[in-house]
Design a protein around this ligand. Structure first.
Ligand code: CMP
Length: 140
C-alpha cells in the first residue's frame, strides 16, 4: 500500500482548551504518524488565504476570525490512505453528526469551533501542506 500525507490543523478552540495532546493521541491511535509540526498563530491574511475556497460562503468571515484568536498546531500526517483515514478520525464537520469516539464528537463545540481541520482530497492535501511547509522540512 502507498503512503499518503494529509494536513491537520488543531484549531484555536482546541489549543485554547489544552486539547492538543488528547487530539494527537487519537491521531496516532488511528494509525497516522505525525511527521512535521508547527505551533503558530495565523495572521488574518494567512487564514483568509488558506480558506479562500470558502470566500463566498456566509460563514467565511467568522471562520477566518475564529482561526486567528489563539495559536494553532499545523501538522503533516502520514500513513496508508491518510486523507480518508484522518477524516474518519476527525468525524463529521458538524459535531452533532460526528460518530462516537471521533475527535469532533468528543471535543468540538460547534460547526465553526470544530477543533480540527483535515484536507478533503489528496490534491488539496499537497497544496495545503505546501502552504505551511517547505519540501526540505518534510524529508524522510
Ligand atoms: P474545516 O475542515 O476547517 O473546513 C472549513 C470549515 O468551515 C469547517 O471545517 C468548519 O469549521 C467551517 N464551517 C463549515 N460550515 C460552517 C457553518 N455552517 N457555520 C460555520 N462554520 C462552518
Amino acid at each position: 500500500m502507498v503512503k499518503q500525507r494529509t494536513l491537520s490543523i488543531i484549531k484555536p478552540d482546541a489549543t485554547r482548551r489544552g486539547l492538543t495532546d488528547a487530539i494527537n493521541e487519537k491521531i496516532e491511535n488511528g494509525g497516522l504518524k505525525i511527521i512535521a509540526r508547527k505551533d503558530i498563530t495565523l495572521t488574518q491574511e494567512q487564514a483568509g488565504k488558506f480558506y479562500e475556497v470558502h470566500k463566498e460562503r456566509p460563514f467565511y468571515g467568522e471562520l477566518v476570525d475564529s482561526m486567528i484568536v489563539a495559536p494553532v498546531v499545523v501538522q503533516v500526517l502520514e500513513g496508508e490512505d491518510a486523507v480518508t483515514k484522518y477524516r474518519n478520525i476527525m468525524g463529521d464537520t458538524d459535531p452533532a453528526n460526528a460518530a462516537p469516539g471521533t475527535i469532533r464528537a468528543e471535543f468540538a463545540e460547534s460547526k465553526g469551533a470544530n477543533s480540527v481541520h483535515g484536507s478533503d482530497s489528496a490534491e488539496n492535501a499537497m497544496n495545503e501542506i505546501l502552504f505551511f511547509f517547505k519540501e526540505e522540512e518534510l524529508a524522510d
